[in-house]
Design a protein around this ligand. Structure first.
Ligand SMILES: Cc1cc2nc3c(=O)[nH]c(=O)nc-3n(C[C@H](O)[C@H](O)[C@H](O)COP(=O)(O)OP(=O)(O)OC[C@H]3O[C@@H](n4cnc5c(N)ncnc54)[C@H](O)[C@@H]3O)c2cc1C
Length: 495
């Protein structure tokens, strides 16, 4: 028989957005049940770089950087080429400084070099990217103790417990009833159905539900379905498998942003995996501002497709988007391996040798024909590509406009490393209104909110990757919704 429990607020997912939502709601007096299908809280923060962004912080002022939420907004819309949702970007940038101040006040271990302009994604015009010395774990060092404290009070954490459905079809028929948000006729959720660790189902009645179950960038089957057929390769957390999105769709929610996919430039699969890449820290160094390229990048046919040192990563990513299967080989020779700064800065030579010895994405050969065959490229095309590149090196004039032409590719053995257009966050997600209420078939659900990647990574970054525009709003919106569920009227901008 199905059991039923009752609470003021259910938070689905104890990750980047869910933890602050629960902490804030509890601080405002709510009984909160957090359902988390994994075996520990933290979500993607365990592996995220968790770079943050905000314009107009005390830290910027202390370093003489004149910035503001308005300038941040303009920059997000510029980088995203106006493909981000302006209303929600506005909400995010307005609350971003408060999120940074709150982290700082909570003892966040900010890297002393922050804020800075970083180049892994298309850069901001001003230094407004911040990061902890231990990446996402630095954020967890703030969140987890506060969450544990809340769990000693009015928060119940249910680990190994998965949301399977929303219970809907209740209509708010009267207003002004304490604790029951909603206008007459608005659809409310009655609560959620979860699967407990023993496999049994349980209903949780709740006045409010906040959905913070993350994206679907850890689900290679769902990814192409929700992202216009794009293949998944990436380092996302396996917990990011999209079940919260699917449950909301079953309840009448709708997905948007399917056409806003742009891959991150490069990343190598784990040996034996068809989609999971090595950790982000182990990606090859393909950012020209950090390491000017010595290699060439060729598609699966063996053709170059971009200036490898194009300063705009957005340009390189869009060029990659047009290549078959979003794959490219990084091709080089013995002289480059010997002379260039390391392509894999975190790997030593032994690890690299081991990869070339057995990893399917690493091939080496004594001649270009054998290399091309091992990589599945047309040997004639690759030979022509390398010859044309070597001519460009000799003349200093590259048809793709590449400026850094340090050496030809001419000394055996030759090397090729298969890279993918990768995904750090899923672009599509649930449509929400300007108050972050999930939109159902008859308008927004009165008491079902969403924050974090579940609303779509493209909502705040558009068809682009804008630095800090996932983690910062996940934290800020999570806090805001925790307060809102408690009916707190304090301006969340002053959090
Ligand atoms: C390697 C990497 C680096 C990144 N770097 C950055 C960066 O520098 N800056 C930036 O802004 N963004 C970055 N991102 C993206 C960013 O980290 C994520 O978008 C963000 O952390 C997601 O937060 P979330 O709260 O939406 O989801 P999560 O933190 O993933 O939390 C979701 C939680 O919900 C749980 N869950 C899922 N489904 C259910 C269910 N049905 N029932 C119960 N629980 C469920 C999951 O187990 C998980 O614990 C990066 C991502 C990756 C993978």
């Amino acid at each position: 028989m199905q059991r039923t429990t009752t609470t003021d607020l259910v938070v689905v997912g104890a990750g980047t957005a869910g933890l602050p939502a629960a902490i804030e709601a509890a601080a405002h007096g709510l009984r909160v049940t957090v359902v988390e299908k994994g075996d520990r809280p933290g979500g993607t923060l365990w592996r995220s770089w968790a770079q943050l962004s905000a314009g107009g912080t005390a830290l910027q002022r202390a370093k003489g950087i004149r910035d503001s939420p308005d300038l941040h907004f303009d920059d997000v819309m510029r980088i995203s080429r106006n493909t981000a949702d302006p209303e929600l970007v506005r909400l995010a940038v307005d609350h971003a400084p408060a999120t940074i101040e709150w982290l700082m006040a909570s003892g966040f271990d900010m890297d002393p070099d922050a804020p800075a302009v970083l180049h892994f994604h298309e850069p901001y015009l001003l230094p407004r990217t911040y990061w902890g010395r231990d990446a996402g774990r630095s954020v967890l060092e703030v969140l987890l103790p506060a969450f544990e404290k809340a769990c000693a009070g009015s928060v119940t954490l249910a680990l190994g417990t998965e949301l399977v459905a929303f219970r809907t079809a209740e209509r708010a028929v009267e207003t002004g009833k304490p604790g029951e948000p909603g206008e007459p006729g608005e659809v409310r959720v009655a609560g959620v159905t979860v699967r407990d660790p023993d496999g049994t189902f349980r209903e949780i009645d709740a006045t409010n539900v906040i959905l913070t179950s993350g994206g679907y960038a850890g689900n290679p089957e769902l990814f192409p379905r929700l992202t216009s057929g794009a293949p998944l390769a990436g380092p996302a957390s396996p917990g990011a498998e999209g079940s919260g999105i699917l449950a909301a769709v079953d309840a009448g929610g709708r997905v948007r942003g399917q056409d806003r996919f742009l891959p991150t430039y490069g990343g190598v699969l784990r040996s034996g995996s068809t989609w999971e890449t090595v950790g982000l820290d182990d990606y090859p160094a393909l950012t020209p501002q950090a390491r000017a390229p010595w290699e060439i990048h060729v598609n699966t046919r063996g053709e170059r497709f971009v200036a490898e040192d194009a300063p705009s990563v957005d340009d390189r990513e869009n060029a990659l988007l047009a290549q078959p299967e979003l794959k490219f080989w990084v091709v080089y020779d013995a002289a480059i391996r010997r002379s260039a700064p390391a392509l894999f800065p975190t790997w030593d030579e032994t690890e690299l040798d081991r990869a070339f010895d057995g990893h399917p994405s690493f091939v080496t050969a004594l001649d270009l024909t054998t290399l091309a065959r091992a990589a599945g490229m047309d040997p004639g095309v690759l030979a022509d590509t390398v010859a044309a590149y070597n001519t460009a090196v000799a003349s200093g004039d590259d048809p793709f406009g590449r400026a850094h032409l340090p050496a030809p590719i001419a000394e055996p053995p030759y090397y090729a490393v298969l890279n993918h257009g990768t995904t750090l966050k899923s672009p599509a997600g649930l449509a929400v209104d300007s108050r972050l209420r999930v939109i159902g078939p008859d308008g927004p659900f009165a008491n079902l909110w969403a924050a974090g990647e579940v609303i779509g990574g493209s909502t705040l970054s558009g068809k682009s990757f804008v630095s800090g525009m996932s983690v910062t709003p996940a934290l800020g919106f999570g806090r805001m919704l925790g307060r809102r569920a408690a009916g707190a009227t304090t301006d969340p901008g002053s959090m």
